[in-house]
Design a protein around this ligand. Sequence first.
Ligand code: TYM
Length: 335
Amino acid sequence: MSEQAERKQRILSGIQPTGTFTLGNYIGAVRNWSRLQEDFECLYMVADLHSLTVRQEPAELRRKSREAAAMLLAAGIDPAVSLLFVQSHVPAHAQLSWVLSCNTQFGELSRMTQFKDKSAKHADNVNAGLFTYPDLMAADILIYNADLVPVGVDQKQHLELARNVAQRFNNLYSPTFHLPEPYFGSTGAKIMSLQEPEKKMSKSDTNANSFILMTDDADTILRKCKRAVTDSDGVVRAGEDKPGVTNLMSIYSSLTGKSFETIEKEFEGQGYGAFKEAVAGSIIDAFRPIQAEYARILADKAYLDGVLRDGAAAASRMADRMLAKVYKKVGLLQL
Ligand code: TYM
């Protein structure tokens, strides 16, 4: 068998270390990451450079980056199988991103809905990094020739941009990059806010009742679920007219594996009280073992830093090879 045929498909994904991960991050992305390790060659990173697009408190960003890595390990990323690293520890990402940004049009970046949303939200700091952010994300992916990128649906547009830039580069210079495909989990690719179910659940939301954090204790999870916005008809059923209930059903379904039909039957005639308690229970059960592991790993800084150091060294070897290839193709002098 040729080397190409034997090679497992490669996966890359990243998560920003700003704030503790939410239930949305977990169901939409992180949970799938550990499941994919068996069948794919996986690279996962803490996207600290991306976080600089919004103002950060330096000491806190450093702390959050370690916490993010510890949470990924606690959620099942196995460093014996996959590479785990911090984005800024592999300088080639930022270097490739410059070349890609010189092959991306202003108009393309202006159309990114996340840019529009974030510039409205941080009107006092619409910086150039926020604008070229999708090129850095494209570099993260293309530098490893990743085949699949497991993300929540909010990242779909960025993935499309990465593909377009890759294709353009390949046409201009010669085949260089694989065109990566997004990989969405079956349910829960978009978990919504518990308070405004038309909006995605986000750790940057100002209302703490709108999200559940992976570090929330059982009482907090129960309280937030009980306060979740539903509707007045009292029937557990999914539908466009019932965004709050549908969101809770998606959470419950993705954590228990039960279908919407089964859930509707389970809570028939029971109202929302029992349903919300069951949803909370499913989250508490999912997070309990992860939280214990998280505390243990975070306390072992030497282990954690060792994992990140090894991950960055191995990732850099791969990334540097691709960067050298790209630099050569675009005509940068190599001595
Ligand atoms: P970030 O840090 O905002 O989110 C990390 C992952 O969590 C998913 N996600 C959700 N999924 C479902 N429901 C939600 N409410 C929800 N909120 C977040 C996101 O889709 C994402 O998969 N730019 C990326 C990080 C990144 C990256 C990359 C991802 C940097 N480079 C390369 C893939 C490949 C981001 O800000 O994700």
